[in-house]
Design a protein around this ligand. Structure first.
Ligand SMILES: Cc1cc2nc3c(=O)[nH]c(=O)nc-3n(C[C@H](O)[C@H](O)[C@H](O)COP(=O)(O)OP(=O)(O)OC[C@H]3O[C@@H](n4cnc5c(N)ncnc54)[C@H](O)[C@@H]3O)c2cc1C
Length: 412
């Protein structure tokens, strides 16, 4: 494989954020080069659920049909079980007056999804180089001198603009001096695919316990994604024995253990974490961050893929403007505007994520909220709609709504 000496836009990372950015930019006629240190298909520890609104971006990328044809499971809503056994059940198609692009979420193994999205970027005109790692970035008067490594050999090129879509612990964010690790929550995840888990239906499930939470979802092909997330301080026993750790955890909860009695694990247990991190800003001169490289909080609300896809769609017009800008100052102005739009778009959602993260960290709060919401399907639907990215976050952040989520309805 021969690598070029220069490119207009270098995208580091070929996950959902990189593929989305590449597709929208290539569709606009930009010379785009994507690199990823991995060879695809590659695995990625993830619960693999895509919110209903993610389908809108997939459609805009021209990838939705391929994702559905690949056998993605269709999810109709979510079920959250609190430690006290109360359940919050919310549907994507509900009476609150908001509709998603689709009434269903999708779930598909990342080995399949990410390869499909990268193929879509290729079809749109981007050049994709797998097995190529970003080693260093040095700012030039306009653009960057970039050092790559491929098959142990270093390669230098010039990029007019760099997009960091390289996920958690982003090399690009660190090189730009904007990376920040969040102190809370510090959690680790252990993820695998199983076959034969009993009772898996069309709703994604979250089971919250005092020592972590478990996500279960159909991901198509008869497989269930099983994602256990535990506080980092409790995860010491997981090192070197991830499978045993997950089985011991399940065995502690009879309602879950019974469902795994005849189940078989079909893939290695992959560990990842801690994940909470955010960049102080998602831009620098001639550079932008998208997806987890810009921020990630916690997998509980499961919308990292949507944020990555939407981020790529959002950044593209600003990158176009930056590339056309006659001066470095005008280019910086365009990229700063991207960051402002990002914050405007996601800030409400970040608040909701933090509130949910708080409830997950404090079981008494989760128990209380579940007791109330198990009797308020209207509020449960609204909350699930927010996590599904089609109900604006402000709908649940109104003081009156928050109050109703905490105060049990009067018995009729
Ligand atoms: C346990 C867990 C469960 C989750 N469940 C869900 C869920 O159900 N739904 C959901 O929407 N989100 C979920 N998420 C979040 C989701 O996985 C991420 O938000 C999403 O993958 C972000 O996409 P991305 O493209 O930004 O990063 P990634 O998918 O991580 O892609 C980054 C790419 O960059 C490449 N890369 C990294 N460094 C370099 C380098 N130096 N040079 C070249 N290439 C590099 C990597 O190889 C990788 O392919 C979950 C996360 C975790 C941890």
């Amino acid at each position: 494989m021969s690598l070029p000496q220069r490119t207009q836009v270098l995208i580091v990372g070929g996950g959902p954020a990189g593929s989305s950015s590449a597709t929208f930019l290539a569709q606009a006629g930009v010379d785009v080069m994507v690199i990823d240190r991995a060879h695809f298909p590659r695995s990625k520890p993830c619960a693999e659920y895509l919110s209903p609104e993610a389908s809108r971006v997939l459609h805009a990328m021209g990838a939705l049909q391929a994702v559905e044809d690949a056998g993605a499971a269709q999810l109709t809503g979510m079920r959250v079980r609190a430690p006290n056994g109360f359940e919050i059940e919310g549907a994507f198609a509900a009476e609150h007056g908001f509709r998603g692009f689709r009434d269903r979420g999708l779930a598909l193994r990342r080995e399949i999804l990410d390869g499909l999205l990268l193929d879509r970027a290729r079809a749109a005109g981007a050049t994709v180089h797998e097995g190529v790692t970003l080693e260093a970035l040095d700012a030039e008067p306009r653009g960057y001198a970039v050092r790559l490594r491929h098959d142990g050999v270093e390669h230098d090129l010039h990029a007019d603009l760099v997009i960091g879509a390289d996920g958690l612990r982003s090399r690009v964010a660190r090189a730009l001096g904007v990376a920040r690790r969040s102190r809370w929550p510090r959690r680790l995840a252990l993820v695998a695919h199983w076959r034969g888990v009993a009772g898996i239906g069309a709703r994604g499930e979250m089971h919250v316990q005092r020592d972590g939470y478990l996500g279960l979802a159909d991901v198509g092909g008869g497989l269930t994604n099983v994602a256990l997330v535990v506080p980092a301080r409790l995860a010491k026993g997981a090192a070197g024995n991830a499978d045993g750790y997950v089985r011991d955890w399940l065995a502690r909860y009879p309602h879950l253990a019974a469902r795994f009695e005849h189940a078989e694990r079909m893939s290695p247990v992959r560990a990842t974490g801690p994940f909470a991190s955010h960049a102080t800003r998602a831009w620098a001169p001639d550079a932008a961050l998208v997806g987890d490289a810009a921020d990630f909080f916690d997998p509980f609300t499961g919308e990292g893929i949507y944020a990555a896809l939407r981020g790529g769609e959002m950044v593209a017009p600003y990158v176009l403007e930056a590339l056309r800008a006659p001066t470095a100052k005008a280019s910086a102005h365009a990229l700063r505007a991207y960051d402002r739009e990002r914050v405007r778009t996601f800030a409400g959602k970040w608040r909701v994520e933090k509130l949910i993260g708080l409830a997950v960290s404090f079981p008494a709060l989760m128990n209380h909220a579940a007791r109330v919401l198990s009797r308020r399907t209207d509020l449960a639907d609204l909350l699930i709609g927010v996590t599904g990215d089609f109900v604006p976050a402000r709908e649940v952040l109104r003081p009156g709504v928050l109050w109703r989520m905490l105060v049990p309805p009067a018995r009729s």
